[in-house]
Design a protein around this ligand. Sequence first.
Ligand code: RB5
Length: 148
Amino acid sequence: MRIAIASDHSAIKLKAELAAWLTGERHEVADLGPESGERVDYPDYGYKLAEHIASGQSDRGIALCGTGIGISIAVNRHPACRCALVSEPVSAGLSREHNDANVIALGARLIGLDMAMACVTVFLATAFASGRHGPRVEKLGAAPVPAT
Ligand code: RB5
């Protein structure tokens, strides 16, 4: 699978660890930065990831910051993105099954590598259930607010 990953400075270690693991699992990983641990603003990387997903360059995205909150808000500003902030695998799976989430957000200061990997594993392996969830997800793409 083609997977893009982006973070802010607080999640640079988790980003590197997840990218290395996913590459080892034979996924095609696009690391959208940042490259160093220099202080950056999470909206910049959230928007970059959102554009990348919206343009179809990757199939799924992983968004990381200290809590996962800021960058998930940034990604979700794009109407093409459905970003789910999760901290355990059940929600990661349901975000795919019910919401067809195309980006997962994780808080690097709140969960460890093992839990992050467990969430991502389920996120990548779970299909959208469609059916009654289809029209609801379609409405998300037609939100009655202007995108920025
Ligand atoms: C950065 O210090 C921190 O605010 C950020 O990583 C994130 O937690 C914001 O939501």
